[in-house]
Design a protein around this ligand. Structure first.
Ligand SMILES: O=C(O)CCC(=O)C(=O)O
Ligand SMILES: [Fe+2]
Length: 349
């Protein structure tokens, strides 16, 4: 209810989903347009050279120096990497892509059953609007907490496609293993106790996104530049349409499509925990005039009552503490993000 929200968090305007705007044939509304334009037309953006890591060779029992080195290099250069051998077949990844497409293709009336309640983040809809100055993202989403199972709001889980719940349940199980392996390997790289990052992890939220074609790709973004609030984020990208770009040394690079891989990026809370040893990369999604694009991102987060601060062993005389203790980072995150600011600035000392 509006009264229980701080003014900054109250939603100002109800907006139509992007799919609704398109069916009504409206031209792109002003609040989606970046007046200065998007600086780099797609064609001139180079591909990232992120390594593809064999996850099997990062598991503690069969870890190899080669894969650890690849991980170190990817994390320090890009803040992200691709993984294969993650325990999911290419067919299963295709099924995940398919149920994402199928959900957005069901009639609007039915999708509206899962509509995000005002001032909530879970459910179906588009950007939460915090301010009239906010430039909106050209994307519709379904956002669901998937782990722990006790926190699932099943009333917001689609019944159509029929296989949705079962597939997401299997996916969540497989991602537990992926998360455990990656967080243990990251701890190893920093000579930290094996479970210290994993112990901070407690929740997974899935974001299914649809980026419909947009007639103004030079002025409209699928997602504004941001870094994720997470410990790590795990992304299943569209198999045919690119769109995701990462910033490195003030230059944008395109994330390549590797159909059988998952892309994993560091989030702000891992940056805080590692006292900046691993940095959470800024990324954005560009729009495409002809083709729609989908993605499925799983945000691996701490529980809301977990305190996050740099590990003591990573604070030294030559590397002083960079971040204060924070809790419930997700809450401040959305507010800052929608104002175009980097939320991690709030945690900096
Ligand atoms: O759709 C994508 O490729 C990336 C989405 C993303 O960055 C996000 O949801 O935080
Ligand atoms: Fe992101």
């Amino acid at each position: 209810m509006a009264e229980s929200c701080t003014p900054a968090k109250a939603e100002l305007l109800a907006t139509k989903t992007v799919q609704e705007l398109l069916t009504k044939g409206d031209k792109v509304p002003q609040n989606y347009i970046h007046e200065v334009g998007i600086p780099d037309p797609n064609a001139s953006v180079e591909l990232m050279d992120t390594p593809v890591i064999d996850l099997d060779q990062l598991t503690p029992s069969s870890i190899t120096v080669e894969q650890l080195d690849k991980l170190r290099s990817a994390l320090t250069t890009w803040g992200c990497f691709q993984v294969i051998n993650h325990g999911m077949t290419p067919e299963f990844l295709d099924q995940l892509r398919e149920i994402t497409k199928q959900f957005f293709a069901i009639p609007m009336e039915e999708k509206l059953k899962y509509l995000r309640p005002v001032n909530d983040i879970e459910g179906y809809g588009n950007d939460t609007v915090f301010s009239e100055q906010q430039t909106l993202d050209w994307t519709d989403r379904l956002y669901l907490t998937v782990y722990p199972a006790a926190q699932r709001k099943l009333e917001l889980w689609p019944e159509n496609p029929k296989s949705f719940r079962d597939i997401i349940d299997q996916f969540t199980g497989k991602l537990q293993v992926v998360t455990e392996t990656v967080l243990k390997a990251m701890a190893k790289l920093l000579n930290l106790e094996e479970n210290c990052l994993l112990d901070k992890f407690g929740e997974m939220d899935a974001r299914f996104s649809l980026y419909p074609p947009c007639s103004m790709p030079d002025h409209v973004l699928g997602i504004k530049p941001h870094a994720d609030s997470t410990i790590i984020s795990i992304l299943l990208l569209d198999k045919e349409v690119e769109g995701l770009q990462f910033l490195k040394d003030d230059e944008w690079f395109r994330a390549p499509i590797v159909p059988e891989a998952l892309l994993i990026n560091v989030g702000d809370q891992a940056e805080i925990l590692t006292n900046g040893m691993f940095k959470s990369p800024v990324h954005k999604v560009v729009t495409n005039a002809q083709k729609e694009r989908i993605s499925l991102v799983v945000f691996c987060n701490p529980n809301s009552d977990t305190e996050i601060e740099p590990f003591k062993s990573l604070i030294t005389e030559s590397r002083p503490r960079l971040y204060r203790k924070i809790k419930n980072y997700g809450d401040i995150y959305f507010e800052y993000y929608q104002q175009g600011k980097r939320p991690i600035e709030v945690a900096k000392i």
